[in-house]
Design a protein around this ligand. Structure first.
Ligand code: PNS
Length: 159
């Protein structure tokens, strides 16, 4: 049976760290859906549609990758989509505790769905959307951290 993995997150905005994980995962899973969480929109810099658009622009070279959004419980969404796997990236030990808690809670809620962790290339182990926004907002160059069209949108939003 074809395995669909869901890669959930806020993606506010997508970074090269996320894209590194997506590139690795699309080689392993039959289908990969990047699922953007809807209800963080109030404190997000980018709207849901903008976040999805940036993801679409940055992933169009991978034919097994689709972009979607979800609200409510992640495991309910994964179940509706018939997904077997929730994919999460782990950058450093500091990510582990939160991810471990979420994975075990999700397993308790829905034992059929397995959380799989992947590590991005170490060059991205310090990278987060939050820091990219901070650096860009203070006039720093973020071209090493996000695709050109994302850097452009960040500059427009934050200048
Ligand atoms: O990119 P993020 O913000 O670290 O992603 C967090 C996300 C979206 C994976 C997490 O907040 C989530 O799954 N939210 C949906 C609500 C839910 O299912 N909560 C229970 C998690 S145990």
């Amino acid at each position: 049976m074809a395995v669909l993995a869901i890669y959930p997150g806020s993606f506010d905005p997508v970074t090269y760290g996320h894209l590194d994980i997506i590139e690795r995962a699309q080689q392993i899973f039959d289908q990969l859906t990047v699922a953007v969480l809807v209800n963080v929109e109030k404190n997000a810099l980018f709207s849901l549609e903008e976040r999805m658009e940036m993801l679409r622009e940055s992933t169009r070279q991978w034919s097994h990758v689709t972009i979607d959004s979800f609200h409510g419980l992640l495991v309910e969404y994964a179940l509706r989509r018939n997904a077997r796997v929730i994919l999460r990236g782990i950058r450093a030990v500091s990510d582990y505790e939160y991810e471990f808690q979420m994975a075990l809670m999700n397993r308790r809620l829905q034992p059929r769905i397995e959380t799989v962790f992947m590590m991005p290339a170490e060059a991205y182990s310090f990278l987060s959307s939050r820091l990219v926004k901070e650096v860009c907002g203070l006039g720093g160059d973020v071209s090493e951290f996000v695709p050109p069209q994302v850097a452009e949108r960040l500059k427009r939003k934050l200048s």
